[in-house]
Write a protein that binds this ligand. Sequence first.
Ligand SMILES: [Zn+2]
Length: 305
Amino acid sequence: MNKELLWGIDLGGTKIECAVLDKQNPSQVVVRERIDTESAKGYDHIIAQIKVLVDRVTSIIGEKPKAIGFATPGVLNPLTNTMKNCNTVCLNGQALAADLANTLGCEVKLANDANCFALAETLLGAVQDVNPNAEVAFGVIMGTGVGGGLVVHGKIINGLHGIGGEWGHNILEDDGDACYCGKSGCVETVISGPALEKYYEKHSGKKMKLKEILQAAKDHSDAAAEATVERMVDYFGRAISTLINVIDPDVIVIGGGVGNVDLLYSEGYERIKKYIFNSREVHTPVVKPKLGDSAGVFGAAMLYS
Ligand SMILES: [Zn+2]
């Protein structure tokens, strides 16, 4: 193949996906393949599965990769070169980048999956639609967890500790619920999907999914549901306004399951105006993502763009 290619791999807890893009026209997918992670079989097995996948794609396109970008859970600690904060826990403490480079015989670059989401949506997705000249973009993940990624001039800002963009563990609520990270009241313990469902359950004594809570609030049939929705939009406004106060991005993209909630873009946006340090004036486009599940693997490939 005489095109220059970009290889990306999204290392998920259940699937490992590989995409090869055309560097000249990166929205063009040359090959896309996946394999089961089988993470229960441990770290060495995950590395072996990645090798199987890379060998398969190599034989399809007839050339070996020179470099591969990886979207990973958790982050590579730049101070120790080992993984941390991965929900696929067997990765934690492992020298994943070095092990992949040795096994695959090529250069590798790793980035957290939220960072890959932000990079893909910036270079190939929603940001291109609203402001293709954006210099600074922020990708938010609001789902089971809350995370994010900061992209400046087309590059991810990883930061000194590898935690650039991790707004989900800023403290949002004094005396809030305990977070898995060891602190309490993090953004994630307030406006993630499970956190909102937990709040509803505490105030109603009933278990409901966020979707049902939103519907009940809309019908004005349930005071606890209305209180949960009020909590979601208000704390969303507080958390996003502090983000804008610090980095003032040209565009914010909101991914993850909670990011689908339309109210965030209407009432939630009004609350950003209420809390921002700019006399209630906000021009930042806050938009839904465009690439869906593909953002991780495309972002991984774009690490070498
Ligand atoms: Zn936390």
